[in-house]
Ligand binder design. Structure first.
Ligand code: FAD
Length: 406
């Protein structure tokens, strides 16, 4: 029977290995991972792991006996260095060749490096891997002054975790508001208030131009307006880049990620790509997207496993994402679009509300829900069905059920 080789033993790679067996694939499965760990979940790294609330076993997708029990080979002692699509082989770091009938590329993304003068000399943390998270955790001390560069989800989750550990935290954001690229103004304002209320300093329109070393190993952040700030520890969280070099080198079509179709197939019929590394289409949105989320990794894992085994394709999902900061559970369904009208359901001051984004016809396109899990569940369905809402739902007591039944 046919062999499947998976490059990248992260969330997507680990998931697809299990899904292949579940969908009836009986042939050999080889998982090649560059990190010295079995597939694990990254979301807790900026949350429970930093706070000391998660163990390694909590992070692993499956127990270590799972892979052997399922007859899979896990190679976390090496990495793939080249792919030969014509010969259908992968070459490992040690020169070993592995042949495949189907290849799945699940190489994920990497933290965008910080490229200002001084960044090469001034120690700073990035957060992508378990090793990164462990180094950060060991360095966070009560009373330490922490500078966070970049107010995206990872940076803000670390801010919340570091406050929990009694660190002094300052966040620098180049844009005029936090989460500028990924959240509405209402949501940015809410999280700005929550972080400030818990003692986090937030400096927006802060363009970091240089890092230098101060006295006693302090790290100095220089801003474009001439101000400087000193810290005991710096974390840079300015986004992620697709690990698509291997694919590009093999001649696969890439453009900010590996281009795949709705079966997760690349420009080579025998090669699939899944997870953060892909550039994909979505049913309700025009264009291509590189989604960095666990639900996306799991959905594409199912698409690839279905295409390889002939199993029925998964139902198309509304893209979604979550983030936990302090006691607030944010869940976002759909992607933000500039052409929508915002309807706020509930009062942000209460700490539980949703921002529903409606298009010109009143149809729900995106929902940002803070500690309103029922609103989120309903929104996923409303978006998928293209159902129109009206202003009555601004009252959080008004049920969404009648709309769902339309
Ligand atoms: P990864 O999990 O990154 O796995 C890719 C693996 O491939 C890595 O282990 C890498 O070392 C390996 N690899 C790369 N190149 C090679 C090679 N040549 N040979 C062998 N192996 C290779 N998502 C959410 O939905 N919600 C959250 O709250 C959330 N929080 C997050 C918090 C943090 C701190 C981070 C870093 C991410 C978070 N994410 C969250 C994003 C989520 O973790 C990713 O979307 C998910 O891990 C993507 O899975 P993946 O398998 O595509 O990539």
């Amino acid at each position: 029977s046919q062999s499947v080789v998976i490059i990248g033993a992260g969330h997507a790679g680990g998931a697809v290995a299990g899904t292949l067996r579940q969908y009836g694939h009986t042939g050999p499965i080889t998982l090649i991972g560059a990190e010295p760990y079995l597939p694990y979940q990254r979301p807790p790294l900026s949350k429970a792991w930093l706070k000391g609330d998660a163990s390694l076993d909590d992070l692993y997708l499956r127990g270590d006996s799972f892979y052997a029990d399922q007859g899979m080979t896990v190679r976390t002692d090496t990495q793939a260095v080249t792919i030969d699509p014509a010969g259908k082989t992968v070459t490992l770091l040690n020169g070993e060749h592995i042949s495949y009938d189907h290849l799945i590329i699940a190489t994920g993304s990497k933290a965008r490096p910080f490229a200002v003068p001084g960044a090469d000399r001034v120690p700073h943390h990035l957060l992508r891997t378990l090793d990164d998270a462990e180094a950060l955790k060991n360095a966070l001390r009560p009373g330490h002054r922490i500078g966070l560069i970049g107010a995206g989800y990872v940076g803000l989750e670390v801010a919340a975790s570091a406050r929990y550990l009694d660190c002094e935290v300052t966040v620098f954001e180049r844009e005029s508001r936090i989460l500028a690229r990924v959240a509405s103004q209402t949501l940015s304002d809410f999280f700005t208030d929550m972080h400030k209320g818990r003692g986090v300093g937030i400096i927006t329109e802060a363009s970091v131009t240089e890092l230098s070393l101060g006295q006693g190993d302090r790290k100095v952040v220089h801003l474009a307006d001439g101000r400087t700030h000193e810290f005991d520890l710096l974390l840079v969280g300015i986004g992620a880049l697709a690990n698509d070099d291997l694919a590009a080198l093999a001649g696969l079509a890439t453009a900010n990620g590996i281009i795949v179709d709705e079966q997760a197939r690349t420009s080579d019929a025998h090669i699939f790509a899944i997870g953060d590394v892909t550039s994909r289409t979505l049913p309700t949105y025009d264009g291509r997207f590189r989604l960095e989320s666990v639900p996306n990794a799991l959905e594409q894992a199912k698409q690839a496993a279905a295409a390889i085994t002939g199993y029925k394709p998964p139902i198309v999902e509304t893209p979604w994402f979550w983030s936990d900061q302090y006691e607030f559970k944010l869940q976002i369904a759909g992607l933000l679009r500039p052409d929508c009208r915002d309807l706020v359901r509930g009062d942000p001051a209460s700490g539980a509300f949703s921002v529903y984004h409606l298009d010109g016809d009143g149809r729900l396109m995106t929902a940002e829900c803070v500690s309103r899990p029922a609103d989120f569940m309903a929104a996923k369905l409303l978006i998928a069905k293209g159902i129109a809402l009206d202003d009555t739902i601004a009252d959080p007591e008004v049920s969404l059920k009648p709309f769902l039944q339309k």
